[in-house]
Design a protein around this ligand. Structure first.
Ligand SMILES: [Zn+2]
Length: 240
């Protein structure tokens, strides 16, 4: 019994000398088959020292690809007895998943944590980092419950007001220079209680929360800049 060629029927008469011929026929068929298969995607990690260790966020969702797996099958009397995987043709490539991963350790950030106070006692509704519409360069703060519109905004540290006015996106916004290259930004305000040149102390009221600029609702957008670069405010704020 053997395969002569693909899709060729091989008839096998087993015969043993001295006995009558066994007329039972065995039919072997070889044929190929194809199966659609998912192709797993790889996961790529992008480390950032602007986020603490443990932080992980998917910034590009992985997508499985589609492939066609080719098999060579052997049937005997219509029954599949062997299936050999040959190869896979790729129809659509999988898309890598990209995860932003914080690598900052406590020891590394300990010298900056606590330099600043929270400008508003509420909850963080949006963190520094990737979100649906792109990178968010600050913290969004809202009330723990109920509305926050009109609530007081406090200076995060001692400093001098270096901007108080309107900017695209930020709406009514205040910048405070704390020295040593450290600047804090308070956006979307409904009102300002300070002007450029004013000296402020930590927790002084500088304005009120609003919904000016590009917003979907009232909240305080708080940024921290170090040497002209926007950094994660959580690296500077006192731990709650
Ligand atoms: Zn924001």
């Amino acid at each position: 019994m053997g395969i002569v060629d693909e899709n060729t029927y091989t008839f096998n008469l087993s015969s043993v000398s001295g006995e009558k011929v066994n007329t039972e026929l065995s039919v072997m068929v070889q044929s190929d088959s194809q199966t659609t298969v998912d192709l797993a995607y790889d996961t790529e990690y992008v480390d950032t020292d602007l986020k603490t260790a443990g932080y992980e966020k998917v910034v590009n969702t992985g997508k499985v690809g589609i492939g066609v797996a080719n098999y060579e099958n052997v049937y005997i009397d219509g029954e599949l007895v062997q299936s050999n995987y040959i190869s896979t043709d790729i129809i659509t490539e999988p898309v890598d998943e990209v995860i932003e991963r914080g690598v900052l350790t406590k020891d590394k950030s300990v010298d900056t944590i606590g330099i600043l106070e929270y400008p508003y006692t509420g909850r963080i509704s949006s963190y520094y980092g990737w979100r649906d519409l792109g990178y968010h360069y600050g913290l969004d703060l809202v009330a723990f419950s109920g509305g926050c519109y009109g609530d007081d905004v406090h200076a995060a540290g001692d400093g001098v007001v270096c901007f108080a006015g309107t900017k695209v996106g930020f709406g009514t916004v205040i910048y405070i220079d704390h020295g040593s290259g450290l600047i804090t930004v308070y956006g979307h305000l409904s009102a300002m209680g300070v002007k450029v040149g004013d000296i402020v102390k930590t927790s002084d009221v500088i304005g009120q929360i609003g919904a000016t600029g590009r917003v979907t609702g009232p909240h305080l957008h708080f940024e921290v800049q170090k040497d002209g670069k926007r950094v994660d405010p959580l690296l500077y704020l006192k731990r709650k």
